[in-house]
Design a protein around this ligand. Sequence first.
Ligand SMILES: Nc1ncnc2c1ncn2[C@@H]1O[C@H](COP(=O)(O)OP(=O)(O)OP(=O)(O)O)[C@@H](O)[C@H]1O
Ligand SMILES: [Mg+2]
Length: 217
Amino acid sequence: MVESVVEVSRLAKRYGDSTVFEAVDLRVLPGESVAIVGESGVGKSTLLNCLAGLDTWDAGEVRLCGQPLGALDNTARALLRRDHVGFVFQAFHVLPHLDVAQNVALPLLLQQRPDPARVAEVLRAVGLQALGTRLPQQLSGGQLQRVAIARALVHRPALLLADEPTGNLDPGTATQVLDLLQQQTREHGAALVLVTHSDSAAQRCDRRLHLTARGIT
Ligand SMILES: Nc1ncnc2c1ncn2[C@@H]1O[C@H](COP(=O)(O)OP(=O)(O)OP(=O)(O)O)[C@@H](O)[C@H]1O
Ligand SMILES: [Mg+2]
């Protein structure tokens, strides 16, 4: 049996008395892409944060590359994330004092394997090869989004989490970005979990799951 890259069982998240979601089950295999849709506020970003071990939960478990995240301490979770997760955040989280190329190089530096040729390759892939020395404040929203995508891909993670990665992009650039995420999935056997409000982006994934407060179907 192929091992899941990420496996979620009976996951529940609450804030005090208010339940965000409960009983979420999800398995994503290497090379598989899954779109998660659902109305605003239903917990899509929260779920991605749980998959990456960036947030805690109230019941259930998340296994990432076979390791139960709930059983790991913060350091072990951070190392697992560093080595196996690429995350395109809804709000980018690009570091303002680093230039574009430095932001993209960050995951490789954290793994102590700097690779300027790989950084140049992903910058080219997202069409930012001419902007490597710009600071984030000198970029448009769509350019920032592509920096975030390049940074998530640069270290070829096993799990790619992308929160509305095409929200700020024109249709042509959105297609290019989805192609890149899919290429990483198909050619390198990554698992892709894509949160999106876009029907066309969801249709390009192998499966489309609808998140509600009562679970995911
Ligand atoms: N610290 C907090 N305390 C209480 N409730 C919170 C807190 N953080 C988030 N929430 C709530 O958790 C729910 C899930 O938020 P989340 O950001 O995951 O939604 P989402 O599905 O990603 O929405 P969107 O499509 O707008 O991005 C929301 O209803 C939000 O109000
Ligand atoms: Mg969100």
